[in-house]
Write a protein that binds this ligand. Structure first.
Ligand SMILES: NC(=O)c1ccc[n+]([C@@H]2O[C@H](COP(=O)([O-])OP(=O)(O)OC[C@H]3O[C@@H](n4cnc5c(N)ncnc54)[C@H](O)[C@@H]3O)[C@@H](O)[C@H]2O)c1
Length: 383
């Protein structure tokens, strides 16, 4: 059986996402399973070339996983003829320049979201990649979460009737770093370093809403920097210049109203770190990362408001679990496999830089809506 090696420059692999989800759970997992079998029987074998700023960290990481190729020189890595793909999981602010270099070197590009810090730059990257004739893709991992895949299955199967509304709750408490270490990097709380929950999460909400429900037509957003000061990785106190919570309302085609709270300043009283409740004329569902529960119209109880009496019904017990009916692999890996097939055998891949740019656009307009205190319609970005 023919084995085809495929070089991938992986930049930012010392970071949280780059290491755990992309190197470990995706690329190395594909190697562990014996590579990726293509339609013609060839086995694609990803060969990562690790890139970063710290030689010590890269060397240690490569040694730990029996890898030999790493460098702190991005341009040298991009010049290699055995490299076909550039992957970026750096901090957001460093992304656009590196992608430009990769496109100039003729490499296909796959990247973490958000694609860029502003819509103009995101669209410019999409056009640049098209003009260079390279393939491009953006990580849209939430679509591959088991809970959201089951939700999408319900929508496709017509379970909801007419969908009325979507309510999303995302978030958890991120420690301030003073008496307990923060569990997210400090750049997330500095606007000047590409931080902020609106830029981070609205990039996700755009594709979640559009792929599962309908195109997003307007945004109304109130942001907040609830915690004004935090302590960084070096124990130094810094001023938070970016939003750590966002309260958004989105109007979708078909009159669907989506409300999503995104927060790093809330304590979890939910079953999962993100949950969406969808209400339709025929039924409702609550979907999280893994689970999805439904209540059909015919099974809907009739609560009566009476504050004088204690609650007698166990509302959560009135919902039914949606079965998996499939094996759900790691979502990042599933999308990597799709992008590799896109590069190697021209398989379809819809989450390109234009989709990434739409995510950046929703974040940018969310920030503007907050700044200007008004609802903003979302113009079509075109291609
Ligand atoms: N898809 C998702 O669910 C998801 C989740 C979290 C983060 N992200 C995205 O992934 C990217 C990385 O986030 P992370 O949480 O892994 O961050 P991180 O801070 O853990 O990692 C950042 C990486 O970028 C590198 N880097 C390059 N230039 C840098 C600079 N000037 N300052 C600091 N680091 C620099 C670091 O060495 C490190 O490898 C971001 O764009 C973020 O928006 C995506």
């Amino acid at each position: 059986m023919a084995r085809r090696p495929l070089g991938i420059v992986m930049n930012g692999v010392t970071g949280r996402m780059g290491y755990r989800q992309h190197l470990l759970r995706s690329i190395l997992a594909i190697r562990d399973q014996g590579g990726l079998r293509l339609a013609d029987g060839t086995v694609l074998w990803p060969e990562p070339v690790l890139v970063g700023r710290s030689a010590d960290k890269l060397r240690a990481l490569a040694d730990r996983h029996g890898l030999t190729e790493w460098t702190t020189d991005l341009n040298a890595a991009l010049e290699r003829s055995d490299v076909e793909i550039y992957f970026d999981a750096q901090v957001t602010s460093a992304r656009a320049a590196a992608i430009r270099a990769a496109v100039a070197a003729g490499k296909h590009v796959y990247t973490e979201k958000p694609l860029a810090e502003d819509t103009g730059e995101a669209v410019a990257l999409a056009r640049l990649a098209d003009e260079a004739g390279v393939k491009h893709g953006v990580v849209q991992d939430k679509l591959f979460l088991p809970g959201l895949r089951k939700l999408k299955r319900l929508v496709d199967g017509g379970f909801f009737g007419r969908i009325l509304s979507v309510r999303g709750e995302f978030g958890y408490w991120v420690f301030e770093g003073d008496w307990q270490e923060a569990q997210r990097p400090s750049w997330n709380y500095r606007a000047e370093d590409g931080g902020g929950i609106i830029l981070d999460m609205f990039a996700h909400w755009r594709y979640v809403l559009e792929d599962i429900f309908a195109p997003v037509r307007s945004v109304q957003c109130l942001g907040a920097t609830h915690i004004p000061e935090r302590v960084d990785e070096n124990g130094k106190t810094y001023t938070c210049t970016a939003d750590d919570a966002a309260y958004g309302i989105f109007e979708l085609d078909g009159g669907i109203v989506a409300q999503i709270n995104s927060s790093w300043t809330t304590r979890v009283f939910r079953d999962e770190l993100v949950e969406f409740q969808v209400d339709g004329t025929e039924g409702s569902a609550v979907a999280g990362l893994r689970r999805c529960r439904v209540q059909h119209r015919a099974m809907t109880p009739k609560p009566v408001w009476n504050p004088d009496l204690p609650v007698t019904e166990k509302f959560r017990d009135q919902w039914q679990e949606v079965p998996d009916n499939a094996d759900f692999d790691n979502g990042f890996k599933v999308q990597w496999e799709m992008f590799l097939r896109h590069v190697a055998e021209d398989a379809e891949f819809t989450w390109d830089f234009y989709a990434g740019a739409r995510g950046v656009q929703l974040a940018e307009l969310g920030l503007r809506s907050w700044r200007e205190g008004r609802r903003i319609e979302i113009p079509d970005l075109g291609r």
